[in-house]
Design a protein around this ligand. Structure first.
Ligand SMILES: [Zn+2]
Length: 273
């Protein structure tokens, strides 16, 4: 049992609820029967105390992002949780290896990444579509991001003018099922779904740019990351990887790193099919 940092009891309760929702959203809790982590329960009537499942979830989060693994909501842990990030979960049911999720260790360097073994495309020619009426300045940076993945894989990405494509990209700002995750977690700038969904959403009310303006999000950088999910990758624990979950305004990473290239080749078995 650990005590939360903070002064007023009301603030602590609110903060604790927010953290619980946050960790739940990104996969740090699991169903109680899965032999992994138990779902957090509110059996304690003392809101200052973290229950066992919550403490474990915090530890897993700290472990994933190379923080001090204390199970305590210290300043570094809380400050990471308010940073802009991708809406895709880091873990599945609180587990690194579960139900077809494989943990693969890069033999050449220290990076680790996680992926669903079965969630991949069964064809190499994939068409994509940017929803009509969306910002035209996004077409080039998104095309460049596709090109980056195409260079290190056997995929062939073809832009289509029609909606009925394998991959559908949009900037979403209206109230819809697609916008719901953005509403719930204001730190999310984009999210995507694993194959064969092909859905990729940018949050429209984030200031986007096609360049290096320090207060805006670089479209190509975020597109490169989200396309990793579209192709089947999960988040990497390697802070230098494109598949690292967090981003920030003005941040540019338009080149796939060794960890990303290793991951996509491992997922597709070096494209031997
Ligand atoms: Zn992501």
């Amino acid at each position: 049992m650990k005590h939360l940092l903070g002064s007023k009891k009301g603030d602590k309760v609110k903060k604790l609820d927010q953290v619980k929702n946050y960790l739940s959203k990104y996969g740090y809790f699991g169903p109680s029967k899965d032999g992994c982590f138990q779902t957090s329960s509110s059996t304690s009537n003392d809101s200052n105390i973290l229950d066992h499942a919550m403490e474990k979830a915090i530890k897993k989060f700290q472990q994933f992002f190379h923080l001090n693994v204390s199970g305590i909501l210290d300043e570094k842990t809380l400050s990471l949780m308010v940073k802009p990030r991708c809406g895709f979960p880091d873990l599945v049911n609180g587990c690194l290896i579960k139900h077809g999720v494989k943990l693969v260790r890069d033999p050449y360097k220290s990076g680790l990444f996680y992926m669903y073994g079965k969630r991949r495309w069964s064809k190499l020619r994939l068409s994509w579509y940017l929803a009509a009426g969306m910002r035209s300045d996004a077409i080039n940076p998104i095309t460049y991001a596709f090109n980056s993945w195409q260079k290190v894989t056997k995929f062939n990405f073809i832009r289509s003018a029609y909606r009925n494509t394998d991959i559908q990209i949009s900037f979403t700002s209206y109230l819809s099922e697609d916008y719901y995750p953005f509403l719930q977690h204001s730190g999310i700038v984009a999210y995507a779904q694993l194959p064969p969904s092909g859905k990729l959403h940018f949050r429209a009310d984030v200031p986007w740019s096609n360049g290096t303006r320090p207060w805006e999000m670089d479209i190509e950088t975020v597109a490169l990351h989200e396309l990793g999910h579209v192709l089947g990758l999960m988040h990497s624990r390697d802070p230098s990887a494109v598949m690292w979950a967090y981003t920030r305004p003005g941040f540019i990473r338009r080149k796939l790193q060794d960890d990303d290239i290793y991951a996509i080749n491992a997922l597709y078995n070096n494209f031997r099919y």
